[in-house]
Structures are given as C-alpha cells and as structure tokens.
Design a protein around this ligand. Structure first.
Ligand SMILES: [Zn+2]
Length: 212
C-alpha cells in the first residue's frame, strides 16, 4: 500500500510554510504514476507557491514492487529515526538500500529487466576502472539504463561535474560471466536487512574471486 502523509514544510528559499504530501511508501502496482515520477527523477520536486523557488526535497521513502518481488529503501545510513524498517512478513522479498533517487531509479530498471543487481554492479566495476583510467578522474559514476542490442547492458556514465552522460554498451557475455562468478562464490545474501548493493560489495566479491 502507498502511504501519503501531509506535512508542513518550510520553503528553503523564502521560509513560507507549505503543506507537502510526503509519500513514505510507494506501491508500484497501485500507483504506477509514482513509479513514472521516480523514473523521470521528478519524485522529490518541490515548487514554492509563494516565491516559485524550485528544488528537490528528499526524504526517506520505500518503494515496493509486489509483482517483481522487490523492495528498495531510500534513506541515508545512520540517520536516526528515519530508517526504514522492513516488516518480518516481507522477508522473502529482495530488499535493497539506496542513497538517492538516481540509485532508486537504477534498481527499478535493473529488476524490471530481470537482471541480478549484484552482477550488474560487478560489470560496472570493470567499466568504471576503464573510464577512471582514461579520464584521470576519480569521480565517475555509472548507472544501468536498459538492455540493448543482443541483450547487452547499457550504462549512463557521468564523469566529474559533467551532467550530460556518455552511454556505454557492455556485451551480454560480461554480465553472464559476472553471474557465473557469483554462482562460483556461492554468495548468500544476508536475510532480513536492506542490503546495500553497490561498488563496495562488488569489489569485495571480485577480490574474493581473484584470491580463490
Ligand atoms: Zn518560497
């Protein structure tokens, strides 16, 4: 079930108070329009009725796709009181934790394409290494966008402060190899908690594989 809470929010620009609808839980089947907003990255858009100031007002939320069987909690770790707790009844679901809207969007796209997000992170790891080397820029981010030709995986790559991404198509074999590595490692997800699947986990697993 999607959850809507009305809350008074002060405009960061003029300070006037506005009633804002906080959506603390999104059910993608009940509210496909909310899923669309996430995919357009407009979910947290805020516009002040007094001064027309526009910005993004992020708050913790939880995204649930009952059909695909996954749940993504969007919250910063260590933020007291705003942590999203998973009810015990949903332990069978794939549960992930993300830090921002771009990451939430990526998780939805990965699971909608029936891909394993851990393997996708491993693919990204290899791509990022190449991009970081050739651009001599440590701040490189990659986001899965879609499956392309012959089942290949397309990524949007953001280098430095450049807001326009470059697109990179990775061959399907690379992803399939990463799935194979995961199987050979016999990796079992810790149950219960919202798991952070990102570069750190991918690195850990790849290091473990190389040292095997
Ligand atoms: Zn304002």
């Amino acid at each position: 079930m999607s959850t809507f809470i009305k809350k008074d929010v002060a405009c960061p620009n003029c300070g006037s108070t506005k009633k804002l609808t906080i959506i603390s839980a999104v059910n993608s089947l009940e509210n496909p329009e909310l899923k669309e907003k996430i995919l357009k990255e407009s979910f947290f858009d805020f516009e002040c009725p007094s001064c027309n100031y526009r910005c993004s007002l992020m708050y913790p939320t939880i995204y649930h796709d009952p059909k695909k069987g996954f749940m993504v909690g969007l919250y910063r770790s260590g933020t007291k009181g705003s942590k999203v707790e998973a009810p015990a009844s949903i332990n069978a679901l794939t549960k992930r934790r993300v830090k921002d809207l771009a990451e939430l969007k990526e998780k939805i796209l990965i699971f909608d394409n029936n891909l394993d997000d851990i393997a996708v992170e491993m693919v990204k790891n290899a791509i990022l290494e190449v991009f970081k080397k050739s651009y001599e820029n440590e701040s490189v981010k990659a986001y899965f966008t879609k499956t392309g030709e012959n089942g290949g995986l397309e990524f949007a790559i953001f280098c430095g402060k450049n807001k326009t991404p470059q697109y990179h198509l990775s061959k399907r074999e690379v992803y399939d190899n990463c799935c194979e590595i995961l199987r050979s490692l016999n990796y079992k997800e810790p149950s219960g908690d919202f798991l952070r699947v990102g570069p750190t986990l991918a690195n850990e697993l790849l290091t473990k594989y190389k040292n095997n």
